[in-house]
Design a protein around this ligand. Sequence first.
Ligand SMILES: *Cc1c(COP(=O)(O)O)cnc(C)c1O
Length: 416
Amino acid sequence: MSSAIWHPFTQHGLGEAIPNVTHGEGALLHTADGRRFIDAISSWWVTTHGHCHPAIMAAIAAQAQRLDQVIFAGWTHEPAEQVAAGLRALMPESLTRVFFSDSGSTAVEVALKMALGYWHWNGGKRHRVIVMEHSYHGDTIGAMSIGARGVFNAPYDPLLFDVARIPFPAAGREQATLDALEALCRQPDAAALIVEPLVLGAGGMLVYPAETLRAMQAICAKTGVLFIADEVMTGWGRTGTLLACEQAGIVPDILCLSKGLTGGSMPLAVTMASEPIWEAHLSTDRARMFFHSSSYTANPIACAAAAANLALWREEPVLDRVAALARKQGEWMAKLADFCHFSNPRQCGTIAAIDLNTDRPGYMNDLAPRLMAFFAERGVLLRPLGNTVYVMPPYCITDDQLADVWNAIGEAVISF
Ligand SMILES: *Cc1c(COP(=O)(O)O)cnc(C)c1O
């Protein structure tokens, strides 16, 4: 009998093969038919230290013996307290409050509700969200509303709310972005700017300079518009620092984290808020509380995984591994440049991307799936975004594994 599963971002009508993964270890995934794949995209950007990291797996196993789940409205538990305390110690000091949810999308929804709540309870009329062109913030209705519009969300367009958009700060056009932002921030309805700091992930691994990010935050601060950093992808070392915002020397009013929060092992997210956001909701009036929850908010087993991840960040030289991987990624990019034709090579920390030269650009043509199949034949899991091939591996990837990945890309650049 064929499977009943309706997979995400999968066109079942094409009948493409769906590998059945049985186990993972480090940067490797193994399938039921005995093949192995190098996970060069960290299983869609979540896996940081590697699959089945022993310390995280042990924490999950131990927690599963003690407490599986408990209501979190008005109740608490040790793993959640550990995560909150650990985040307070590791993240910028002014982000004093930790709100749990289950995914990057929900972390973003929570951030939007916090920002709108802040203005509502402060008697303001501000409600407009400012976003950057080509951004991606998730697939729930609110997150889609603030993301790029296109074929992905056309059927839902009537439901998506209006936002103000600033252009992507492409090289040489940074000032246009800043000017547009300043004009929008000066509108009386401007509530918050939400951005992916330094790298727009799903938009095609588009990178922009830290100075531009810094200038955007300065405009928000000057005009009183809340600055929300969606570090769901960029957080946890991907860009070379724990947070991408660090490279711009800025701290957001609200911060969204997920993906690498549990090392990529369990679904969990947090939205961290600064004291003024919290205080706007603080009252003896119950009608003013923050009305958001989901059944599995701060699930104890997921929190135990996050606590183990935080311990790894405290106790092991994770940023040294990140720096070493970033250096090697740079070396491979340089090597590739010597003998291959492609455009727009770019790198930010451990993330490296190139655009294949094709006369058929665009996300929906068959180039990306054909490339994916080409890489799979070579034992490499890569999932190009249109003609953009990017490598975002777990930090534990070995030199040999990384060589296999880049050699496969070199072959692809010649063959396609
Ligand atoms: C992946 C991603 C999200 C959505 O996270 P999910 O866990 O898939 O809901 C939001 N923002 C950014 C920047 C992301 O890369």
